[in-house]
Design a protein around this ligand. Structure first.
Ligand code: ADP
Length: 271
């Protein structure tokens, strides 16, 4: 007699199949309405926080036309594959595994000039053909907006949930609402919002400034029924670490609680 099995909530009929050498427990996409809000920085920070908390972690740079993950983590190497065509990710000293399109370019300063279909196929390969091996968490740094690539990621990867990155200014526009709408339509849970560039703190006096005005985040999040995961300040240490390729060495605690909330909401089981 055949047994009826409950469908995995992340089951995806259009999905690509991960190589047999790898097993990824949960995929989390980091999303923003527009570029420049710090989505890549937050993706990098989530990944390095996860590493610092002891999770086996990977970071997939799906922002193919504006890849910044490689530079943030000081990745200089190219990508190599084995006889079966499986690609080796870059591995940082702290054992974060990274795959980014600039690992495929001879010259980092050259533009990635791929047509839409090539980008979509590259993203699928970055997931399916990379030797991620055993990961607890794979963070995907999505391109901004609600275009073709986010759609491909939602349709092809078993995304357990998304983290939305906003700034006080872009909350007022429609673009964040569109990103929320897209995730809802694709039935992908929204794990919460991380507000970036929320405030600035003068370390000497302890005074807090709001260069972009005090945001309407509380009201916005409650209207859309979304959790606020964290508020990140404008912090020159973060920008410097990103510019100098030293993100792997970061030990900041800004996203410690946010990560714990994410891990519990996606029901990540670790031994
Ligand atoms: P996006 O991925 O949304 O296009 P990035 O993560 O590339 O944006 O961030 C844009 C720029 O702003 C980068 O130079 C980054 O280092 C800087 N930046 C982002 N967030 C912060 C922050 N909280 N503090 C300081 N600099 C930041």
């Amino acid at each position: 007699m055949s047994e009826n099995k409950k469908l995995n909530p992340n089951f995806n009929p259009f999905g690509v199949r991960l190589n047999k050498e790898s097993h990824i427990k949960k995929v989390i996409a980091v999303v923003s309405g527009k570029g420049g809000v710090g989505k890549s920085l937050v993706s990098g920070l989530l990944a390095s926080t996860a590493i610092n908390q002891g999770y086996f972690t990977g970071l997939l740079d799906a922002d193919v036309t504006g890849p910044s993950i490689g530079r943030m983590f000081g990745i200089k190497q190219g990508a190599y594959s084995n006889e079966e065509g499986l690609i080796y990710p870059a591995v940082t000293p702290k054992q974060l595994k990274i795959m980014s399109s600039n690992m495929l370019l001879e010259d980092e300063e050259k533009a990635v000039m791929w047509r839409g279909i090539m980008i979509n196929n590259a993203i699928k390969d970055f997931y399916a053909k990379v030797l991620w091996q055993d990961l607890d968490l794979l963070f995907v740094d999505m391109p901004p907006g609600t275009g073709d690539v986010p759609l491909t990621v939602y349709q092809s990867l078993p995304v357990a949930g998304i983290v939305l990155v906003t700034t006080p200014q872009d909350l007022v526009s429609m673009i964040v609402a569109k990103a929320i709408d897209m995730a809802n339509k694709m039935n992908v849970p929204i794990l919460g919002i991380i507000e970036n560039m929320s405030y600035m703190k003068d370390e000497a006096s302890g005074q807090v400034f709001y260069p972009f005005g005090e945001s309407k985040l509380e009201e916005y999040a409650s209207r859309h029924n979304i959790k606020i995961l964290a508020r990140l300040p404008i912090d020159p240490t973060l920008r410097l670490a990103a510019d100098q390729g030293e993100f792997d060495q970061l030990e900041v605690e800004y996203l410690n609680d946010a990560l714990q909330s994410i891990v519990s909401d996606i029901d990540l089981q670790v031994e």
